[in-house]
Design a protein around this ligand. Structure first.
Ligand code: CP
Length: 305
């Protein structure tokens, strides 16, 4: 399976076999294999948008395997502020590193960057579009929990319109035998393009507005934040803010056993009472960003195979 020098832009670029391969490599990394695999490698971490988990876990992944990190966490301290184009920034940074991880507010920015870069580019989120490394770590976490990706029923709750993590996840899960349930207000439904793709691919799915309308038990409920920063109209945001607050009562309606995931950060969509119960796996999910990103960094730089 060829990953050396490959950019990671969209989960759509990966087959089921390739996803299983990455999940397997992340498991090897978590089990202690590939120690120091990134020794001597440099990551350029270019974050034009805020981040806690993605940026810090990329940094920690690199450093803890012997690599180094350069970059910025705020576009305001880069020459973007002086009017430099993204393409020129990437052409320049290419000469300073072995791999680039980039988050940018514009959809398609990562693809553009990969076309002008001389090193692999890893998309750390482009607007409301894609967040493929989040999806790899989500799939790794589900696999860790159930020992498989097939034969599950996965619900996604909240802002399915602007939430890039659920766009990538829905597409990835459609490669497996997974029934998907989308729970959102009508104005925040999964985009029609994705729904149509699932329909054409024969994926089993249902769309509902309320948690109580979900038929049968879920194995996983993937909760998302209402993406305030992506609304053009603040009044529209206020109409849907606080639409869902997951607590013990709602979990009982979903069968009581389902694992609760969330890409984080959360605002108020999961009540703190869920944190300490056996359902919550969202902090373990966030920690799985380390082995998953270590595996991806090693694969694209050719130090893990
Ligand atoms: N899950 C995620 O992308 O979190 P950050 O925005 O903190 O990176």
């Amino acid at each position: 399976m060829e990953f050396n020098q490959r950019s990671i832009i969209s989960i759509r670029d990966f087959s089921r076999e390739e996803i299983e391969f990455v999940v397997g490599k992340a498991l090897e990394v978590k089990q202690g294999r590939w120690h120091d695999a990134l020794s001597g490698k440099v990551l350029a971490s270019l974050f034009f948008e805020p981040s806690t988990r993605t940026r810090l876990s990329f940094d920690a992944a690199m450093v803890s395997m012997g690599g180094r990190v350069v970059g910025f966490a705020d576009a305001g301290v880069s020459s973007t502020k002086k009017g430099e184009s993204l393409a020129d920034t990437i052409r320049t940074v290419t000469g300073y590193c072995d791999v680039i991880a980039m988050r940018h507010p514009v959809e398609g920015a990562a693809r553009l960057a990969s076309e002008v870069a001389g090193v692999p580019v890893i998309n750390a989120g482009d607007g409301a579009n894609q967040h493929p490394t989040q999806t790899f770590l989500d799939l790794f976490t589900i696999h860790e929990e159930f020992g498989r990706l097939d034969g599950l029923k996965v619900g996604m709750l909240g802002d399915l319109k602007y939430g890039r993590t659920v766009h990538s996840l829905a597409k990835a899960l459609s490669l497996f035998e997974v029934e998907q349930v989308f729970i959102s207000p009508p104005s925040l439904r999964m985009p029609e393009g994705i729904i149509e793709e699932l329909r054409q691919g024969g994926t089993a799915f249902q769309e509902v507005e309320e948690i109580d309308q979900v038929q049968g038990a879920l194995d996983v409920l993937y909760v998302t934040r209402i993406q305030k920063e992506r609304f053009a109209d603040f009044q529209e945001y206020e109409r849907v803010a606080g639409a869902y607050r997951l607590g013990h009562r709602e979990l009982s309606a979903l069968g009581g056993q389902c694992r609760v995931m969330h890409p984080l950060p959360r605002v108020d969509e999961i009540k703190p009472e869920v944190d300490s119960g056996g359902n919550a796996i969202y902090f373990r999910q966030a920690h799985n960003g380390i082995p998953t990103r270590q595996a991806l960094l090693g694969l694209v730089t050719g130090t893990i195979s």
